[in-house]
Design a protein around this ligand. Structure first.
Ligand code: BGC
Length: 729
C-alpha cells in the first residue's frame, strides 16, 4: 500500500504524539531541559518526596523495628517513591560494587546473585576492560533484580592497609584507583541505571568512621584522595556521589560546603546528585545548603532530615526554594541522562552461568604471583601425593563482610562462623579450590586437612610431593584488622612449609598481610576474595592454564611500624568520643610514603611475577605543546604466552612533590613467546603538576621530569626525561 508523503508524515506525527504524552518524553531534548519541564509541574510535596530516601529493609530506631515501605524491594538498601502522575519512576537502590547484595538484617529470603572478586582484586588486574565487563555484569543483574540505582564505585584510597573496607576499593594510587573504579561504574551504567561513586571523601578507615575528623591539607587531598574521585567521575560520569560518614576539618562530609559545593559541583562541574551514606546526614538546612541533594534511608540518621523538616526549612527560608529545585533537578536530569526513565527496569531472569564466567575472568587476572622459587608453579600433573590444607579450601573461597556482601547461589559454604550478624555473616562462596585442583591433578592422591591440628598438617605435608596451603582473613565493614593473619595461620604455614619446601601458599585476604614464613615457602600467590568462581580461577592460575598476571595495587608493608600510623588510634574501642586523625603522609599515600622514607616493603606496589619474562626497550619520552607522551617496546622473552603490566612512573627533578615518583600510566599487554609490542602512553598533566591550594589551580613547574619504565614501583629499568615550561590550569 502506497501513502503520500504528507500522509506518512501525519502518521509519524501522530505516533510521536502518542508516545510523547508529556513534553519531557521528547528524547531529543537535553536531560536538563526534560528535568526542568517536569520540575515545573511538581508540587512541593512531590519535590520533597524525591529527596527523602527510605530504607528498603527493616531497621531499628530507638529500639523499635521500623518497617520499610511496602513498595520497596525486599532486603534492599533504599527506596525513593516516584511521581507516577508525571511518569517519574521510583528509585530502587541496591548495594554494591561486587554485585547485587542483600541487607544483612533482612527477614526475607536473600537474593542469590553473582559476586565479582574484591574491588581490590579487580584493581590488581590493572585491566580497565575487565573492570568494565564486571560492572556491566553486576549492573545487568541489578537491573534484572528490579534496581535502577546501584551503590557501586568504591574508590577510597588505601592509606590505611588495615582498613576493613579496602577490599571494596581499588588500591592506593589515584590514577589506578580512579581508572578501575571509573571503568566499573561505566559498565554498571551501560545498563541504563545509575551508579554511585563513594564514599566522598577521605573515609579511609572504619575505626571511628562516623566520628573521626580527617585533617588533610586541601592541596594534598586534591593530589591524592580527591584525584581518585575526580578521575573516576571524569571517566564514568556516575549519576550520584555518595558523601561519607566522616568529618573533614571538623565538618561532616555530607554538610561540607567546600567539598560538595565548591570542589565537586563548581570546580569539577558535576551535574549529578549527592546522596548521603546511610546515617551520614546530620542536619537539614546545613546539609541541603552545603550541597547534599538526597537523604538516604533517613531512619539511619536518627530523624528524618529531608522530609517534613526540609519542608519547614523551605517555609522559613533557611533553605531557599531555588536550592530544593536544584536538588530535584539534579535527580531528575540524572534519571533522564542515564536512561532510567526512558528504559525502565523490569525484573528478569539472571544468566548466572554467563555471569560467573565474567567474574572468573576478573579473578584469574587478579591473582598476584608473589614468589615462585625454582618454578614450583605452574603445578604439574603427574605427582603422586598432594596435600591441600586450610581456609576451608575443600568447600569454598572467602568473601569480605558488610553491605557489599553478595549472597551466593547454593548458600554459604561454611555457615555458622562468627559473627553471624552484622557486619557478618562470614561468607564463603561455594566454589571449591580443592575440587578444581583435584580435577587437574589426574591420578594423584589429593588429601585435605583443615589445618586446625598443626602437627597433623605438617605430617601430611612431609608425606606429600607438593603442598598447597590456603590462608585467609576476614575484612569487612565497620572494623579494621591487623596486618597479621588470624587464627594461628602463620604458625600453620610455617609448620607446613618447614616440613616440605614444595609448599605453595595461597593467600585469600582483603588486605596486605605480613609473612613471617616467607623464606620457607616455595611459592606464594595473593588470590584476594575471589568471588563466585574463585576456586576455579585459583586452580587455573596455579596450573598455568592462564598466566599469573595480577600486580599489586597496594604496598605490602614489612610491618605495621612502617606505616604513617603504626597503631590505629581507638581500634576496637567502644564509646569513643569524636577524635581527629591527621595524615602525616599528606598526598604520599602507599608506595609514595615508602619511597619518600626509603622504606623497604615486603612487596612493592605494582609488583607481581608472570610465568613468562619480559624485556623493555626503546623508552622515549617527548613533550609537544606541554603534552607528554611516552613510548617503549615490550618483548616476551620467555617460552610461554603471558601478560605483562609495564608501568611508567614520573618524578620531578629537584624538590617540591609529595614523593619521589607517581604512577603515570601502564598498559596490560598479552604477548606470545618472542612477540614484541610497541606501547605509547599519554601522561595526565595533573600527574606532572602540584595543586596550588591558594589559586585552586594545578601548576606544572618549569623544569625536568624523569619518566621511568618498570615492572613495579621498585623495579625501574629504563629512564628518559622531558623539560617542561611552567603551566597553570
Ligand atoms: C555503607 C555504604 C552502603 C550503605 C547502604 C553503608 O553502611 O557505608 O557503602 O552503600 O550502607 O547499605
Amino acid at each position: 500500500m502506497k501513502r503520500s508523503l504528507s500522509a506518512t508524515l501525519a502518521l509519524l506525527m501522530l505516533a510521536t504524539q502518542a508516545r510523547a504524552a508529556n513534553p519531557w518524553d521528547d528524547r531529543s531534548l537535553s536531560p536538563d531541559k526534560r528535568a526542568d519541564l517536569v520540575l515545573k509541574k511538581m508540587t512541593l510535596d512531590e519535590k520533597i518526596r524525591l529527596v527523602d530516601g527510605e530504607f528498603g529493609s527493616v531497621a531499628k530506631l530507638n529500639g523499635q523495628d521500623v518497617e520499610p515501605p511496602a513498595e520497596a524491594l525486599m532486603g534492599s538498601a533504599g527506596y525513593i517513591p516516584g511521581v507516577p502522575r508525571l511518569g517519574i519512576p521510583a528509585q530502587y537502590e541496591t548495594d554494591a560494587g561486587l554485585g547485587v547484595a542483600t541487607q544483612g538484617n533482612t527477614r526475607d529470603k536473600v537474593r542469590e546473585r553473582t559476586s565479582l572478586p574484591a574491588g581490590l582484586a579487580t584493581a590488581a588486574t590493572w585491566n580497565p576492560d575487565l573492570a568494565f565487563r564486571g560492572g556491566a555484569m553486576i549492573g545487568a543483574e541489578a537491573r534484572a533484580s528490579g534496581f535502577n540505582v546501584m551503590l557501586a564505585g568504591g574508590v577510597n584510597l588505601t592509606r590505611e592497609p588495615r582498613n576493613g573496607r579496602n577490599f571494596e576499593y581499588a588500591g592506593e594510587d589515584p590514577l589506578l584507583a580512579g581508572t578501575i573504579a571509573g571503568a566499573e561504574i561505566k559498565g554498571v551504567q551501560s545498563n541504563h541505571i545509575v551508579s554511585t561513586v563513594k564514599h566522598f571523601a577521605e573515609n579511609d578507615q572504619e575505626t571511628g568512621r562516623a566520628i573521626v575528623s580527617v585533617d588533610l591539607d586541601d592541596a594534598q587531598a586534591r593530589m591524592s584522595d580527591l584525584l581518585a574521585f575526580q578521575i573516576a567521575i571524569e571517566q564514568a560520569d556516575p549519576g550520584s556521589v555518595m558523601c561519607s560518614y566522616n568529618r573533614l576539618h571538623g565538618t561532616y562530609a555530607c554538610e561540607n560546603d567546600e567539598l560538595l559545593n565548591r570542589i565537586l559541583k563548581k570546580e569539577w562541574g558535576y551535574k549529578g546528585y549527592v546522596m548521603s551514606d546511610w546515617g551520614a546526614d546530620h542536619s537539614t538546612a546545613k546539609a541541603a545548603n552545603a550541597g547534599l541533594d538526597q537523604e538516604s534511608a533517613w531512619v539511619f540518621d536518627g530523624q528524618n532530615r529531608f522530609g517534613e523538616a526540609l519542608k519547614a526549612a523551605i517555609a522559613d527560608k533557611s533553605v531557599p526554594m531555588k536550592r530544593l529545585d536544584d536538588m530535584v533537578h539534579r535527580i531528575l536530569r540524572t534519571l533522564f541522562d542515564k536512561g532510567v526513565i526512558d528504559d525502565p527496569v523490569a525484573q528478569a531472569q539472571v544468566d548466572s552461568v554467563k555471569d560467573a564466567a565474567v567474574s572468573q575472568a576478573d579473578a584469574e587476572e587478579s591473582i598476584v604471583l608473589l614468589k615462585n622459587d625454582k618454578a614450583l608453579l605452574p603445578l604439574k600433573p603427574g605427582v603422586k601425593k598432594v596435600a591441600v590444607i586450610g581456609a576451608h579450601a575443600d568447600v569454598g573461597v572467602p568473601a569480605g563482610g558488610g553491605s557489599s556482601l553478595v549472597y551466593p547461589a547454593g548458600g554459604n559454604a561454611v555457615p555458622g562462623l562468627a559473627p553471624e550478624t552484622w557486619p557478618g555473616p562470614v561468607m564463603f562462596h561455594p566454589s571449591s579450590p580443592l575440587k578444581a585442583l583435584k580435577a587437574r591433578f589426574g591420578q594423584a592422591e589429593v588429601a585435605f586437612a583443615d589445618g586446625a591440628d598443626l602437627d597433623a598438617a605438617a605430617k601430611l605435608a612431609a608425606a606429600s610431593d607438593v603442598v598447597i596451603v590456603f590462608a585467609r582473613n576476614w575484612d569487612g565493614e565497620a572494623h579494621d584488622e591487623p596486618l597479621t593473619l588470624p587464627d594461628n595461620q602463620d604458625q600453620l604455614i610455617a609448620a607446613v612449609a618447614g616440613a616440605n619446601a614444595n609448599t605453595v601458599v595461597v593467600l585469600e585476604t582483603g588486605n596486605p598481610v605480613t609473612m613471617p614464613w616467607l623464606t620457607k615457602a616455595g611459592a606464594v600467590v595473593e588470590a584476594w576474595y575471589s568471588g563466585t568462581s574463585g576456586g576455579e580461577a585459583i586452580a587455573r592460575v596455579l596450573f598455568g592454564e592462564v598466566d599469573a598476571s595480577g600486580r599489586l595495587p597496594i604496598t605490602f608493608p614489612a610491618s605495621a611500624d612502617q606505616l604513617p600510623h603504626p597503631v590505629i588510634a581507638h581500634i576496637g574501642e567502644d564509646n569513643v568520643p569524636p577524635f581527629d586523625l591527621d595524615y602525616p603522609e599528606g598526598a604520599a599515600a602507599g608506595y609514595k610514603w615508602f619511597d619518600k622514607r626509603a622504606l623497604t616493603p615486603l612487596f612493592p606496589f605494582g609488583y607481581g611475577l608472570s610465568y613468562s619474562t619480559y624485556a623493555y626497550d626503546g623508552l622515549s619520552a617527548k613533550q609537544e605543546g606541554g603534552k607528554v607522551t611516552v613510548s617503549f617496546t615490550v618483548k616476551n622473552t620467555g617460552t610461554r604466552a603471558g601478560k605483562d603490566v609495564p608501568q611508567i612512573y614520573v618524578g620531578r627533578q629537584g624538590d617540591g612533590w609529595e614523593a619521589p615518583r607517581r604512577l603515570a600510566g601502564w598498559e596490560k599487554i598479552s604477548l606470545q613467546p618472542g612477540e614484541s609490542k610497541q606501547v605509547t602512553l599519554t601522561v595526565d598533566p595533573r600527574l606532572l603538576a602540584h595543586f596550588d591550594g591558594k589559586s585552586h589551580k594545578w601548576v606544572i613547574a618549569k623544569g625536568s621530569y624523569d619518566l621511568s619504565l618498570g615492572a613495579s614501583s621498585r623495579d625501574l629499568r629504563l629512564s628518559s626525561s622531558v623539560t617542561l615550561e611552567e603551566k597553570r590550569f
